[in-house]
Design a protein around this ligand. Structure first.
Ligand code: SAH
Length: 349
């Protein structure tokens, strides 16, 4: 049985053809699904004979909601979801004045091994399919009873380690038959897998590319991000330059400030030299302290100084507002604490 959420309109039309049905039925079914009707039997304009075939070949697979956590501070909601194979993932719904934004997971766990990140504890279990990523949004919209207009791929997982599924997901959420979310309302965050940045540039999408830089030189980066042993900052910036040329889009650099590791004035100067002249924006993130890791958050004073150095040197910089800090909203934290609480082993969930 296939998950119909994994299908693009083109693929569903092909299925119709192969099964002796009219192609226009594909669009009707997509309309129902993305309107929130998730049983073929409830699709009133679909003939009974086709419903039978659909029930035979497809499921509309949605994850089970294990828990919903709501921040008392800012109304951020975090969902803990169980997939068909009982693997757990999480997504976060945030309220902004421009609308509702969702942070989704792209993999169960992550194998990138960043030293400050909870998603990597326990490694990578498996990739999510395009439909599983879509279902995070569908379920979230049902929970809040509101349309989600913005997506960030910043939950658990490395999107470029699951490239084909992520690109297909982006196509479906952007399509007018799908969720119809504009590409400019989508941000993909990567730890910097250079060949995939180059590949995405060729797709000529208008999404925002965010690079998790977190250090101003390779030596420091290697201490906190194993991927830095494979690709240098120079290679990353060159790939970003190409991405900007191909798409005209401004790139975001994420920089999690860790006390005593990457938050000195010298680091800020080095970072500003790296990014000089590039169409970019720096997002400073006070590191979220997680209990499995020793890293501590920079002081507010240091964060402000760091920002000031960058701004004075012409680099547009913002400090990320912490959302849902009272509900373990940083990626991977919720899943970890649930696994520990319920004593489910990584293999077993
Ligand atoms: N793998 C992708 C996307 C997932 S992580 C990436 O590396 O970009 C999303 C962002 O959260 C990344 O910038 C990541 O480095 C950051 N992050 C992870 N753990 C964090 C923590 N404990 N505190 C602050 N930011 C964190």
């Amino acid at each position: 049985m296939e998950n119909i959420l994994d299908f693009s309109l083109k693929e569903l039309k092909q299925w119709m053809k192969n099964n002796g049905e009219s192609e226009f039925r594909a669009k009707q079914i997509m309309d129902w699904i993305y309107k929130g009707v998730w049983q073929f039997d409830l699709m009133s304009n679909i003939p009974k004979s086709l419903k039978e075939k659909l029930n035979r070949d497809f499921s509309i697979y949605l994850p089970n909601i294990i828990d919903v956590f709501e921040s008392k501070k800012d109304n951020t909601k975090k969902l803990l979801l169980a997939l068909k194979d009982n693997n757990l993932i999480e997504c976060v719904i945030m309220n902004y004045n421009y609308g509702k934004s969702i942070c989704i997971s792209t993999q169960v766990g992550c194998r990138m091994g960043c030293k400050f990140c909870a998603s990597t504890v326990g490694g990578m279990i498996r990739n999510l399919s395009p439909g599983e990523m879509i279902s995070e949004i569908l379920v979230a919209q049902k929970v809040i009873d509101h349309r989600i207009s913005n997506i960030v791929l910043m939950g658990s997982g490395e999107p470029f380690d699951n490239y084909d599924n992520v690109v297909k997901f982006l196509e479906i959420v952007n399509a007018d038959y799908g969720l119809n979310i504009g590409q400019r309302h989508i941000t993909l965050s990567t730890c910097g897998i250079v060949p995939k940045i180059e590949e995405l540039a060729k797709e000529k999408m208008q999404i925002t590319l965010a690079i998790s830089l977190h250090a101003s030189n390779d030596l420091n980066r290697q201490k906190i991000m194993p991927i830095a042993n494979k690709y240098s900052i120079k290679e990353i910036i060159s790939a970003c330059r190409d991405y900007i040329d191909q798409t005209g889009r401004r790139v975001t650099f994420e920089y999690a400030l860790v006390k005593g590791v990457n938050d000195s004035v010298e680091d800020a100067i080095e970072l500003s030299d790296l990014l000089k002249g590039l169409l970019c924006h720096v997002n400073l993130i006070p590191v979220n302290e997680i209990k499995e890791k020793i890293y501590k958050k920079s002081s507010e004073d240091n964060i402000n100084k760091f920002k000031e150095v960058l701004s004075k040197r012409g680099i547009e910089t913002t400090v990320r507002k912490e959302m849902g800090s009272d509900i373990d909203a940083a990626c991977g934290q919720l899943r970890r604490s649930y696994i520990e609480k319920t004593q489910i082993s990584e293999e077993g969930c």
